[in-house]
Ligand binder design. Structure first.
Ligand code: ATP
Ligand code: ATP
Ligand code: MG
Ligand code: MG
Lengths: 224, 224
């Protein structure tokens, strides 16, 4: 369902030119939970942005369900991002003037979709955010903001969930609750999940582990 | 050197009123490495903001080297923050239009202080940022931005270092390098270090571990 062929991405030019991804060719199957691991600065977030249609590659191809993503026009790419992909960014990117509940509902609001109140209530309690749903991001702790970002990625029940360090700011108990929620959602709604993590415990739960160093894939193992 | 007496902090009013800290009385000695642990939303960042003069308490006292911090006027409080405290915020708060090197030098630039080139070079290599020193925050990975934030906190060789999850976005290798650097700096320059962390490994290195739940201190143990 997700495939890259000789994917390259470089940033800047001259003195600050950086080759973030070098000929990355991977494929992730429908319904799989894939973990992406690697040192800081190795290209993990860059890869996730390419898979999610957030940033254009320098060269190479990205296929999602057989569609060559970067041949789509801006409009279709935006629709793909909104309807097919739930993204948890490494730094959340919550909208500061919207409450926790509004941030979570945003993908649905943008598409004039009806909000399934029951599902949203379920998400709020699984994320332990019921008593913070009317708070703005600036009125939430770091971990609470991270959980709002996860809620927003799940709200639309997207086919693909891309999560960049979804438990980086969470304690052990919250971390395992979040991973349980992601795996539960993936099984219940037949989704495909890609998670960047530094946490060995989380990587060990994945069906596939992709290791990246200095922009290149150094291993891609199916674990189960 | 750091002491709080019946420290309380509440946010908001009416429906969203939250008591983030409830009568917190702790003391941390000169040269100590104290770890603060607790679940997400328990009040850790709030406590660190009170210790660092970043946000005023609702009631109670904070003493730093015998000075009653919140009796100082705004000017003196700002000087205290700039000269005495190195702060690593949970979300970095780097200045987007300044390069990595400029962000690190900022506390010195603000005070018209001469920059010790040798010390800065040492910091850049210990933080593995030499080849990223001219990048803007938006041209850095998550972990690289975190390391810039740590460099900025150390640049002034402040008496007190307050770090909020300084390794949350770092892999195992980078995390242990950072903690090694912080402990090395604390010993070399006789500093006092307070670190919020979810990482048991880091907490086990501390001289003192303070556990917080729901705004209250539940334990405060000297481990060495
Ligand atoms: N400006 C604010 N308005 C209302 N509530 C707030 C505000 N800032 C923080 N809070 C609340 O105060 C409590 C403590 O927040 P704090 O940021 O200190 O938690 P924390 O222990 O650092 O959590 P984390 O590990 O998730 O970063 C949280 O429940 C949070 O929702
Ligand atoms: N806009 C940019 N301009 C220049 N270089 C960039 C830019 N964005 C990222 N980089 C560089 O590309 C490399 C890969 O960055 P990326 O964010 O993908 O790393 P990462 O594996 O997610 O790291 P981390 O674990 O620290 O988040 C890094 O070395 C970074 O400095
Ligand atoms: Mg990253
Ligand atoms: Mg916090």
């Amino acid at each position: 369902v997700l495939q890259t062929i000789d994917l390259c991405k470089s940033y800047g030019s001259g003195e600050t030119k950086v080759e973030a991804l070098k000929n990355v060719s991977i494929s992730i199957n429908q319904g799989e939970f894939a973990a992406v691991i690697g040192p800081s600065g190795s290209g993990k977030s860059t890869l996730l942005h390419m898979l999610g249609g957030v940033d254009r590659p320098s060269s190479g191809k990205v296929f999602v369900d057989g569609v060559d993503l970067y041949t789509l026009n801006e409009n279709d790419l935006a629709l793909f991002r909104r309807r097919k992909v739930g993204f948890v960014f490494q730094f959340y990117n919550l909208i500061p003037v919207l409450t926790a509940l509004e941030n979570i509902s945003l993908p649905l609001l943008l598409d004039n979709k009806k909000i399934e109140q029951e599902y949203l209530d379920e998400l709020l309690s699984l994320l332990d955010l019921h008593d913070r749903s009317h708070h703005l991001p600036s009125e939430l702790s770091g971990g609470q903001q991270q959980r709002v970002a996860i809620g927003r990625a799940l709200a639309y029940k997207p086919a693909i969930i891309l999560a960049d360090e979804p438990t980086g700011n969470l304690d052990r108990k919250n971390s395992s609750e979040i991973i349980k929620l992601l795996r539960f959602s993936v099984q219940k709604y037949q989704q495909t999940l890609v998670v960047i993590t530094h946490d060995q415990g989380i990587a060990s739960l994945a069906d596939r582990v992709i290791a990246i160093e200095d922009g290149a894939v150094v291993s891609n193992e199916v674990t189960k």
